[in-house]
Write a protein that binds this ligand. Sequence first.
Ligand code: CDP
Length: 783
Amino acid sequence: MAVHEGVHGIGESIKRVEDARFIRGKGTYVDDIVLPGMLHMFLLRSPVAHARLVSINADAALALPGVVAVVTGKDLEAHNLAWMPTLSGDTQAVLATDKVRFQGQEVAAVIAESPYVAQDALELIEVEYDPLPVLVDPARSLEAGAPVIRDDKEDQSSNHVYHWESGDKDATERAFAQADVVVNLRTHYPRSHPAPMETCGIVADVNPATGKATLYMTSQAPHAHRTLFAIVAGLPEQNIRIKTPDIGGGFGNKVPIYPGYVVATAASLLIGRPVKWVESRQENLISTGFARDYHMQGELALNRDGKMLGLRVKLLSDQGAFYADAQPSKFRAGLFHIVTGSYDLPAAHVVADGAYTNKAPGGVAYRCSFRVTEASYLIERLVQTAAYELGIDPADLRLKNFIQPEQFPYRSATGFEYDSGDYPAAMNLALEKVSYRDLRREQEEMRAQGRLIGIGLASFTEVVGAGHGKDYDIAGIKMFDSAELRVHPTGKAILKIGVQTQGQGHETTFAQIVASELGIPSEDVLVQYGDTDNVPYGLGTYASRSTPTAGAATSVISRKLRAKAKKIAAHLLETSEEDIEWETGRFFVRGAPDRAVTIQDTAFAAYTNMPDGMEAGLEGVHYYDPPNMTFPFGTYAVVVEIDRGTGEWKVLRMVAVDDCGVRINPMIVEGQIHGGLTEGFATAAMQQIAFDEDGNCLGANFTDYLIPTAWETPDFETFATVTPSPHHPIGAKGVGESATVGSPAAYVNAVIDALAHAGVRNIDMPVTSAKVWEALSQAGLAE
Ligand code: CDP
């Protein structure tokens, strides 16, 4: 019998070890780092969205006592640093030299003895701008004759960024030709900002004596950033050390490389003193990695009784002025082609194009595995629309079209191989928990009394855990991940992982994996990450990849050490290895369970009493390249009521069923799901970054950019089904994003359901009271 008792292994909801420091205010964030002789950097940003840069006069700023340097694009040009490559293979201005291309773009940097002086000096820099026409609509950007935003690129004669297709066009056309019904939907997934609690920042410390650059950075991918720094700055990679202290939330926002990181490093290199740059909330909101901003057009072909036949999608992504988000090279629209969702769709075709606009660069994986949120939203809205048009109950339409459990592994029409799933089980559990059939009856009765109740559903299938390295890379670096485990003589261990926690609780869950595999109590396993000199290479944390990749690496390396420990156990028990049995934490002789040694005994012997010829120590490293992605899924159900007097909608119930395979720490998984559900509600209800026609960002602070507090956020009722991933060593699938993926559609579908008898089938996010009020008024339902 496997004994997990006392070791706090997989499946136990132990408290997060990292919280001991977080809730006491003892975390260390980039801004907490203070080095001797440290200077402070602030960036001057463009107030306009598109303009030629005529001149910069920094004389007055330089004359201010305490100012050490003012850096402009021209200064960087002299060191070949004015432009940098992006993670998507584009180029981005570090400091503007020729033009500014979005409001908030970096124009100059002041480095001073104190942050106050640096900020004061910004106001003394005189910049002359010659305004150019501004493009904020990607469709207009692509029109003939539109001003070319990226005229810095020799081969760029329009604002077109990329074209990408997936699926089979001819097969899809044939499917549409046979359809009885074609459902259409045009929608926009609005631009959103991850808004992590901690903004982006760096303390760059280039030691003039040794040439060693130690960079304390807010980075979700420290190793990949180190490699790119080495390439951009021409510094030897062994001389760059990126240290990521506690990170106050990432959500995709800390994946790109920002100009501030590069300028601070260059300044430290040139001045020979440490330089700190930490952006303000406003800078974070207007200039760093946005998410979403997808204009989507979907068509779903069905026969009369509701069987889905084909899906056709056209996308236009608003990339802002630089194509700077991280996408695997082969997939220009990320993993959007998961858009066939949970449905057995015989044919699908996706056409995606990207456009430059005069906005900050965006498209980061905001609690989302590379555009999976946008894809799930589109298919669920289409399915809901189809249900209304065909007069079929939305739950029944989904159940009729799900990929069935016996169809796995299932090859989707756009080329994914779904590894496992039981979609009817998740759906039926959600329906049961929300009492769906009763609710539909009650909804009718309430309508008769004049109350507008809506029930929204969304089922989703995510694709997370990139990669396998054969198909997935970031800037050419294959998407594997790593774990290094050292068991010390006393049986205590240090686990070093290539992924980078930003609040997900890796210090707890990764120790639990070791605990289950080796029987060393999780509290005896110290988990380290985020120091490129000290932990093995990895691609970082985003897109729910940590558990499927580094979590798997942790299992594999633990098993390798267990195999070595078994040989030591045979030696200690004076028997052959074949006669040794294992149960969590101890080896014993088959048939004589009392003749046993613990894992701790074998660890001690690994340094003191190993068999002849065996290498000392109990440690090793494993680089894990997963054979496939993992495919978490679920179904959400939302009940809303609309106030006919104001258009306000209130969530009455939110039921979430998630399946992320084996849950390492169910409480942490719940926390991840709560976060995602809150973000899903935020996008559905209020959260969007808008721009006026001059390219002014209208979401530059938390008064204009609304994020829900505990006050507005509805309660969640969460449930699980467990379908282990067949190829993952412990059957776990990633979970970090799923709630963000599924829930926005469920909320919007619920509002539309309440408005259905007003004929409303399409309403774009954020679903404001004003929009609902307008629909009510037009249908004569307003009071
Ligand atoms: O890459 P990221 O850590 O954001 O996402 P993840 O791998 O989906 O994991 C998020 C958190 O949930 C981590 O602490 C995981 O170890 C934990 N988790 C879990 O306990 N069980 C799972 N099946 C999946 C994740």
